[in-house]
Design a protein around this ligand. Structure first.
Ligand code: SF4
Ligand code: MG
Length: 317
């Protein structure tokens, strides 16, 4: 709720000039138990920062983080411990997120130890079971990360996240670094695991095609703001925000006849710096519908029905 994460950047000879990077700026959304919320947007839009702030890997600047009705935003590390077990993260880069000097058994076992889940043979059985569940083999436990392919490492990362039997898993671009041929396998596995373990996911991706299949609802972020959120099917069928429309039109259509008639909205230029975002609507520098009001007033959130919300003056009567 109203989540903000600003990073302070010091400049000047003595660091006397402070500026704030508004990475996440007043973002509110909810995720229902057992569902998958997809979070999309170009890089630098604040998706990962949102995920990390929810996990309290970053201290929120302002706002609430309600987990099962409890606001964990002000919690210190000790109070966070039980929640650390309930929420886990799968990272984008399976190369960087596994310690190269630890065996797979140690990597997965570390979380089991931290949360005092099991010891000795019981712990080994859990590790072996997890490896088999993610499509690897028991005897992979004694090997090191470099002996595995990217897809296998991501499976290890998923096994590690699931070792503590979490309820909520934030998947931060878990398939972006993988070969296209492997992406679908990992997504399917995540879906199966969700069903078996009753997991709730926040699934972060930079393009809409990656989250379409797995998400019940999708949120679109632009420059630290949530610009649109809604049921996946509704968002694909009736995208409201010009940015969502542009992201959707960037997905290639396999059918050549349909592709010809598809109007492409090109996104020109880069995302402006979050240090100095445009006034009013942050998307206005790249929006083909920009009006006078867009530079003056930040667009309020308009409810289009069925939980479909958009922040754009075109819908603000
Ligand atoms: Fe475009 Fe204005 Fe809507 Fe922003 S508020 S997306 S600039 S029409
Ligand atoms: Mg990211």
């Amino acid at each position: 709720m109203n989540l903000k994460k600003y990073f302070t950047k010091k400049s000047g000879l003595w660091g006397q000039n402070e500026s704030h990077v508004k990475a996440v700026d007043d973002v509110s959304f909810s995720i229902k138990r057992g569902e998958t919320l997809g979070l999309v947007g170009e890089s630098g839009c604040g998706k990962s920062t949102t995920g990390r702030t929810l996990m309290k890997l970053y201290e929120p600047t302002a706002g609430q983080i309600l987990f099962d009705g409890v606001d964990i935003a002000p919690f210190k590390e000790k109070e966070m411990m039980p929640y650390r077990k309930r929420m886990q993260m799968v990272f984008q880069d399976p190369y960087a997120s596994l310690n190269s000097r630890m065996t797979i058994a140690d990597i997965i076992g570390e979380a089991i130890d931290t949360h005092h889940i099991a010891k000795g043979t019981e712990k080994n059985e859990i590790i072996h079971g997890l490896l088999e569940r993610v499509g690897l083999m028991k005897d992979h436990a004694s090997r090191y990360p470099h002996e595995f392919s990217g897809g296998q490492r991501q499976r290890i990362g998923i096994a590690r996240a699931l070792a503590v039997q979490p309820e909520f898993v934030i998947c931060d671009e878990p398939i972006s670094a993988l070969d296209v041929s492997i992406q679908a396998q990992v997504v399917n596995m995540l879906e199966d695991l969700q069903e078996e373990m009753g997991l709730t996911y926040l699934f972060i991706a930079h393009d809409l095609s990656m989250v379409k299949h797995i998400s019940n609802r999708i949120g679109v972020m632009y420059l630290g703001k949530m610009v649109e959120i809604g049921e996946s099917d509704e968002l694909y069928a009736n995208p409201a925000h010009p940015y969502t429309k542009a992201l959707l039109s960037a997905i290639p259509i396999p059918d050549p006849i349909k592709a010809k008639t598809q109007s492409r909205i090109l996104l020109e230029g880069d995302v402006p710096s979050p240090l100095n975002p445009p006034s009013g609507c942050r998307f206005r520098t790249r929006c083909g519908y920009c009006m006078k009001v867009c530079a003056e007033i930040e667009p309020p959130v308009t409810d289009l029905g069925n939980g479909h919300q958009v922040a754009c003056h075109l819908y603000n009567q």
